[in-house]
Design a protein around this ligand. Structure first.
Ligand code: APR
Ligand code: PHB
Length: 393
């Protein structure tokens, strides 16, 4: 039977980043990814990196292109009631963020990975993680193989096999599905503003983001009952303009969309994140709604804690850091989930039974007005937005 030190299930950003960091510390791993590389790299996701994430990518040896092409943002705008309030990230929290698409990160990691990844590994199943000799089986090109390993990293996203393999009585799961979605488009047009704009509007939330100085990413909140086909480009641009303050709406450059999709919003956390020799990381353990772009950053934070634990184990034989993994990762996960939930609740029109929408919207405007007048409140937003500190061992 083939053997490796760590089998990583899932070749998304979590799995590939973990594999790179382990390799840098002399730990051998094998990544098993269900889909083709092209499929994984074709997924359009968020694109905002906390400084802790950029540092980790550099440490993994995949930071060069990000440093060259990423756009450093020192602040962002909150738009509401026809006006804007700028959150000065650098001034209030002493740090900034980098705009660099997850799609690019996935490619950079894929280029670095090489032979450590088995793409199109089907029917992955994991065994024995409660004991000392776990193994993972998969099928590729009609042949089934089993790999013996010391540890399994479950980096296989929300729908993966890792979390699903844990006996239900060993895991607690917390979930909220929001009653609306985000319709997003990508267009080859210059962004309306050089910083992101998060807009609260009576017709719903809107977000102006970007991938580069010539490529924009825009979102509008939409009902989950609507389909992409219901949203020809003209309808999207019209709706976006309505939801932005007039001066931005007038400046908006529109153009044909090159991608358009609707994503549901969910908050989900599984506890704990370790089961014997199986460790969950990234979307396999938690999902945040995209407001504030914490998904990838949280995944990177998990991986940062996990690789240190594994590296220490192989360096010294000590399992101390691995034993602390779940508690350290979850402490940060809950705080980032809280921020994502709060920011979502502040900015969206929330159609829900038992909730007076007019009252909810008045309270949102009062909170936004308070934020615009209180440096303390703005600082709390800035601190969370740039990312809470990585838990250090
Ligand atoms: N076997 C092998 N691979 C699997 C399996 C399986 N049974 N199930 C899922 N996978 C793969 C998926 O095809 C996917 O490529 O696991 C990968 C998980 O990747 P992501 O869902 O991207 O999750 P993660 O790597 O944790 O990335 C964190 O940050 O911006 C957020 O949600 C966004 O992708 C995001 C994330
Ligand atoms: C994005 O660019 O896709 C993005 C940016 C910021 C967010 C969410 C998404 O808060």
């Amino acid at each position: 039977m083939r053997k490796t030190q760590v089998v990583i299930v899932g070749g998304g950003p979590s799995g590939l980043l973990l594999s790179q960091l382990l390799a840098r510390h002399g730990v051998e791993s094998l990544v098993l990814e269900k889909h083709t590389r092209a499929h994984v790299e074709g997924r359009i996701r968020a694109g905002l990196l906390e400084s802790g994430t950029t540092e980790l990518l550099s440490e993994a040896g995949v930071g060069a292109k990000m440093k060259r092409e990423g756009l450093v943002h020192h602040g962002f705008l909150l738009a509401f009631a026809g006006r804007t309030h700028r959150i000065d990230l650098q001034g209030l929290a002493g740090r900034s963020v980098v705009v660099y698409g997850q799609t690019e990160i996935q490619k950079d990691l894929g280029d670095a990975a090489g032979e450590q990844v088995v793409w199109e590994a089907r029917d992955v199943s994991i065994q024995g993680f409660e004991g000392r000799q776990p193994s993972v089986s998969y099928t590729k090109d009609g042949t089934t193989r089993t790999i013996a390993c010391d540890f399994i990293a479950g980096c296989d996203g929300y729908h993966g096999v890792s979390r699903a393999s844990v006996p239900p009585d060993r895991i607690a799961q917390y979930e909220r599905v929001y009653p609306f979605g985000w319709l997003g488009i990508l267009a080859e047009v210059p962004p309306v503003n050089d910083e992101l704009i998060y807009a609260n509007h009576p017709r719903g939330f809107a977000l102006c983001s970007m991938r580069s100085r010539s490529r924009s990413r825009y979102y509008v909140q939409c009902p989950l009952t609507e389909k992409v086909e219901d949203w020809p480009d003209e309808r999207f641009w019209g709706e976006l303009k309505t939801r932005l303050p007039v001066d931005f709406a007038e400046r908006l450059t529109t153009g044909p969309s090159i991608e358009k999709s609707i994503a549901p919003l969910r908050s989900f956390i599984a506890e704990p994140m370790r089961f014997g020799r199986l460790f969950l990381a990234g979307d396999a353990a938690h999902i945040v709604p995209p407001t504030g772009a914490k998904g990838l950053n949280l995944a990177a934070a998990d991986v940062g804690v996990l690789y240190e634990g594994l590296a220490e184990y192989y360096r010294t034989g000590s399992e101390r850091l691995l034993e602390e993994y779940s508690a350290r990762a979850l402490a940060r996960v809950w705080k980032a989930s809280r921020f994502s939930w709060w920011f979502t609740t502040l900015m969206h029109r929330i159609p829900e039974k038992g909730l007076d929408e007019a009252l909810a919207s008045k309270l949102q405007l009062a909170e936004l007005d308070y934020l615009s007048q209180s440096e303390a409140a703005s600082r709390a937003v800035a601190e969370n937005y740039v990312g809470l500190p990585f838990a250090k061992a």
